[in-house]
Design a binder for this molecule. Sequence first.
Ligand SMILES: [Zn+2]
Length: 114
Amino acid sequence: MEVHIQRCEKCQSTAVTNLLVRESGQPQTVYVKCVSCGEFVARYRLSEYYHHGEGIESWLRSQGSAAPESGRDFLGEFERVKTAANEGFAAANARLEEQQQADEQASPSESVER
Ligand SMILES: [Zn+2]
């Protein structure tokens, strides 16, 4: 696994904000905007979206117009998505911490020399 922190190509800031766009029949889209300089950073089109702390109604809306009329087990699916999202977030954070520690050990004086 590899974990990256999103960065603005224009000013190198890591302070970014997400604009969440929902349109019926379209996958949810996230536009990432730099908080420091306002530059457009990235676009994600989501096949799946999970917002921690929001309930199943929000999750169903993010699935688009196909969700309500299909007979799938949405509650079970939501619970699986919720669990996987929480585990993924924890794993990404743990990996990021490992990478940062490895970087510090590999070149402890690098930031001082620059
Ligand atoms: Zn920027």
